[in-house]
Write a protein that binds this ligand. Sequence first.
Ligand code: SF4
Length: 191
Amino acid sequence: MDLSRRDLFKVSAGVFTGTALGGLAGLGASLAPTLAQAQDLRIKHAKAVPSVCPYCSVGCATLVHTVEGKIVNIEGDPRSPHSEGTLCPKGAAIYQLHVNPNRATKVLHRAAGASEWEVWDLDRAVDRVAALVKRTRDETFVERLENGKRVNCTTAIFSLGGATLDNEWNHIQQKLMRGLGVVAIENQARI
Ligand code: SF4
C-alpha cells in the first residue's frame, strides 16, 4: 500500500484519536475499510484486558490485546468516561514499553570515574543499593532537633518515582520510605 505524505500526516494526526493503527482510520474513505480490516485481523483472536496508561496522572484507560500470552496491540478503551478511547502520542506508544528491542533488560553499573558500563546481576545491584541506603541513613538520621522535638528523619535520601510505577508499587514505596525516615518523596505521575 502506497501512502502519500498527506496520508502520513493524517496518520500522525490520527494518533490523537487512538492507537497508531487505529489512527489509520483517519485516512481517506478508500483506505479506511482496508485499514479497519487490518486492525480487526490483528486482534481477531486476541484477548482484551483492560488496563491504564502508566505515563501520566490523566490515567487514560487502555485495552491490552494478547494472543497466547503475548501483547499484540494496545489501544484506548472507548468505555472510559473521561478519555473515551483516545490516547495522546505517548500513550499510543505504550506498546513499545513491552515490545522494544532497545529496552534495557539488564542492570548496568558504571563505577565512579569509570568510562564503561558493567552488566550486574540484579541481586548484586539490590544489595549495593540497600547497603548505600543503610550507610547514608545511619550517618544522617536525626532523632531529635536541638529543641528536643522528635523528628526521626533523614534528609540525605530522596525517593523519586517514575510514571510507569503503578499504584500498588507507589503505596509500598511510600511505606518503605516513611519507615526509613525519608521525608523527600516525589513521583512524576502523581497518580
Ligand atoms: S500519557 Fe497520554 S494517554 Fe497516557 S494517561 Fe497521560 S494523557 Fe492519557
